[in-house]
Design a protein. Structure first.
Length: 255
């Protein structure tokens, strides 16, 4: 677990050094980060992340490492694109599928948390209530394996990005960093390798398929959907018409 933390710090450090708007010089000691270095880098990365693309995440590094240990050739497809170059259907699809109250909550959907706790009293397979903000915090700053330590850090970083980033920025990072297939991360890579198009040109149906596979993008393939994924696609398409538009239309634009 500590090795994952250190790997995350090194990723954050590398990303920070690409930020031309910061003239800071970092000490050699950060190559072998201490706990205080970890906290500092995390804090700084989360704040400065408002201004820079997130070109890679700890999850991408971990997945590639796992592939190497399995004797596989590492596959890593990812291209950052700005929010305005992503189909407007995609944020609507993930909100409909993953987090209906994304635009209004403060990072944690306590209504869904209460529902999940009540349902889990009788369910064999427990369901979670993670928001898009929580998933973004986990994807960008932490490691995938679940533990109480990671959950605690996830709460902290969720609070931090909700404080420092706009909802649009959180969605931009989420859609660029989330795992959408084996070795495929983000909207642009998914559009290219799954649908032979660009993120900007994804249709509502394609976006709904992508959102349907997000609970397990390694098992489910948006390019070759199973009957279950096609049913989920239909449900998501219906919900996309019901959830509030994101980003919200400004009053000035309405006039």
């Amino acid at each position: 677990m500590l090795s994952h933390l250190k790997a995350s710090v090194l990723v954050a450090r590398s990303t920070l050094l690409t930020n031309k708007s910061h003239g800071n010089k970092y000490e050699e000691g950060f190559a072998n980060p201490t706990q205080s270095d970890t906290l500092f880098l995390y804090l700084h990365y989360s704040h400065s992340g408002r201004f820079i693309p997130v070109y890679f995440t700890p999850l991408m590094v971990i997945r590639s490492t796992q592939q190497i240990f399995k004797g596989e050739k590492p596959v890593w497809h990812h291209s950052w694109v700005s929010f305005d170059k992503i189909s407007p259907h995609l944020p609507m699809a993930v909100i409909a599928s993953e987090d209906n109250r994304f635009a209004t909550h403060n990072g944690f959907d306590f209504i869904e948390i209460k529902k999940a706790m009540k349902e889990n009293e009788t369910r064999k397979r427990k369901r979670g209530a993670s928001t898009i903000s929580q998933q973004t915090a986990k994807n960008v700053f932490l490691w995938p394996q679940s533990s109480w330590m990671r959950k605690g850090l996830e709460v902290y970083f969720t609070w931090l990005i909700e404080l420092c980033w706009s909802k649009e920025r959180i969605m931009e990072v989420y859609l660029n960093s989330i795992e959408m297939g084996k070795g495929i991360y983000g909207a642009e890579a998914t559009a290219k390798y799954k649908f032979h198009t660009t993120a900007a040109k994804l249709t509502a149906g394609q976006c709904a398929l992508i959102a349907a596979t997000l609970p397990n993008p390694i098992r489910f393939n948006s390019a070759h959907p199973s009957a279950y994924i096609l049913r989920r696609q239909s449900q998501i398409l219906r919900l996309m018409k019901l959830v509030p538009k994101f980003p919200p239309v400004k009053k000035a634009e309405k006039k």
